[in-house]
Design a protein around this ligand. Structure first.
Ligand SMILES: [Zn+2]
Length: 108
């Protein structure tokens, strides 16, 4: 274990919790999944600006697997994910699953 540095960080990063593993992480490192308020359905909110009920997933393949194969997302979003939504999420999850040693990239 490393000793914590004495200086406190000045910047406050918003923290969010992964709905699967319950780890609390910097909001920017989590993926927001939102049930759009306008009824579009469930989608991945890359900018964190879509109004609606949201849930966060971290970038671990295991979390995505569990989210896709269980009903945690359904419960978190209080809806039933459509096939389309699940497919979009699966495609997004491939990013983490195919690269266990993920290369960090800042796609903007
Ligand atoms: Zn997680």
């Amino acid at each position: 274990m490393m000793a914590k540095p004495k200086a406190r960080p000045v910047r406050r990063q918003p923290q969010r919790t992964c709905i699967i593993c319950r780890s609390t992480t910097d909001k920017r490192r989590l993926v927001r999944i939102v049930r759009a308020a306008d009824g579009t359905g469930v989608l991945i909110d890359k900018r964190g600006k879509v109004p609606g009920r949201g849930a966060y997933l971290c970038e671990q393949a295991s979390c995505w697997e569990r989210a896709l194969h269980g009903h945690v997302l359904d419960r978190a979003l209080n809806t039933t994910l459509s096939g389309e939504a699940l497919q979009a999420l699966s495609e997004h999850a491939l990013k983490f699953m195919s690269e266990p040693t993920a290369v960090k990239e800042n796609s903007q």
